[in-house]
Design a protein around this ligand. Structure first.
Ligand code: IPM
Ligand code: MN
Length: 369
């Protein structure tokens, strides 16, 4: 039987609770679809840091490279200064494992309330491909004359062609993957379809102001597009992207963007799909080891109460299975999630689901077998 080695990083706050439910559902999927998950837990997070003074052992990323995938809960502890754990664990792993894609589906499940009045699941369903290891997150910059009136600080958005190109190629491929079942993206005009298009990739940038970095992105985008005649290309400035994500989310199929813009627009996207309780993401190295996580934080005030929504972790588990190639199992989890949101849960918000954290996991798991 096929066995996948999974490193589990429950992390801080409510991370362990949602990870338990994610694993419960993954186990149900493994049983139903005939594979095994061999899990090993790591205690990286705030408590370990407070107890030992070490954020992440230097051996961590090499050890994690031996796994097929990584399943992460949440990083962030109220007693640790902001930045230490986020940079020292989450960002460090993204960099050291070269997880250069952050794939964040924005998908409204049935029965989930969206703040976008009148929008239905058919209209909120697109993927954001966020470049995940470069740009402003590279950390190039510095501060001088700190504490004086002349103090100045600089932090640069740095990209090379290689980083931009591999991200954009992944995004073009993503459009194809979204339409492998033959379903052509409904936003296309008849003329587009006649011209052989199946879907659309929108480049989200800021070519009117960031005239160096997005000149590079834009040229790469249109050059690579020649290899993808079946993908319609579209460009949107980041501020306009925010506007359309609220007003006309059905205009998007796949959006590709830089690290910082991707960070910002995916929180907006998460709210439009019902909030952090349901938003999942994958830090992906298509040639290496990827890491899947609910994109919300550790929600410390809800820790241990059994009231946090585990759906985002469960959806992250489905994304992990898809990346491992277990497409049927991944689709079964998604269908189970859709049934539970559509017929059971009263809300996506912590405390207000009408069920406890583990009951939500049970509801999804029992629909898979
Ligand atoms: C995210 C988070 C991280 C980021 C933080 C915690 C460093 O906001 O995964 O979106 O900025 O990438
Ligand atoms: Mn973020």
């Amino acid at each position: 039987m096929k066995t996948y080695k999974i490193a589990v990083l429950p992390g801080d706050g409510t991370g362990p609770e949602v990870v338990d439910e994610g694993l419960k559902v993954l186990d149900a999927a493994a049983k139903a679809y005939d594979f095994k998950l061999d899990t090993q837990a790591y205690d990286f997070g705030g408590d370990r840091y407070i107890a030992t003074g070490e954020v992440l052992p230097d051996s961590a990323s090499d050890e994690l490279k031996a796994f097929d995938s990584i399943f992460l809960g949440a990083i962030g502890h109220p007693d640790v200064k902001p930045g230490i754990l986020e940079k020292g664990i989450l960002l460090r792993l993204r960099f050291e494992l070269d997880q250069y894609i952050n794939l964040r589906p924005v998908k409204l499940y049935p029965g989930v309330e969206t703040p976008l009045a009148g929008k239905t699941p058919a209209e909120i369903d697109y993927d954001v491909v966020r470049e995940n290891t470069g740009g402003l997150y590279t950390g190039v910059g510095g501060i001088s004359m700190k504490g004086t009136a002349d103090e100045m600080a600089v932090q640069s958005m740095v990209y090379n062609r290689f980083q931009v190109e591999r991200c954009l190629r992944y995004a073009f491929e993503r459009v194809r993957i979204r339409h492998t079942d033959g379903a052509v993206w409904k936003g296309l005009s008849e003329a587009d379809v006649d011209a052989g298009k199946i879907g659309q990739l929108t480049l989200c940038g800021k070519t009117n102001v960031l005239t160096y970095v997005f000149d590079l992105w834009e040229r790469a985008f249109y050059e690579i597009a020649e290899d993808y005649p079946d993908v319609k290309t579209d460009y949107c400035h980041v501020d306009a992207t925010c506007m359309w994500m609220v007003k006309n989310p059905e205009w998007f199929d796949v959006i590709a963007t830089c690290n910082m813009f991707g960070d910002i627009i995916t929180d907006l996207g998460a709210m439009t799909q019902g909030g952090m309780g349901i938003a999942a993401g994958g830090n992906i190295n298509p040639e290496g080891v990827s890491m899947f996580e609910p994109i919300g934080g550790s929600a410390p005030k809800y820790t241990g109460l059994g009231v946090i929504n585990p759906m985002a972790a469960i959806c992250a588990g489905a994304m992990m299975l898809a990346e491992l190639g277990e497409l049927k199992a991944a689709a079964a989890i998604e269908a189970a999630v859709a049934d539970v949101t559509g017929t059971k849960l009263e809300s996506m918000a912590a405390r207000r689901m009408g069920y406890s954290t583990s009951q939500v996991g049970d509801l999804v798991a029992e629909r898979i077998s």
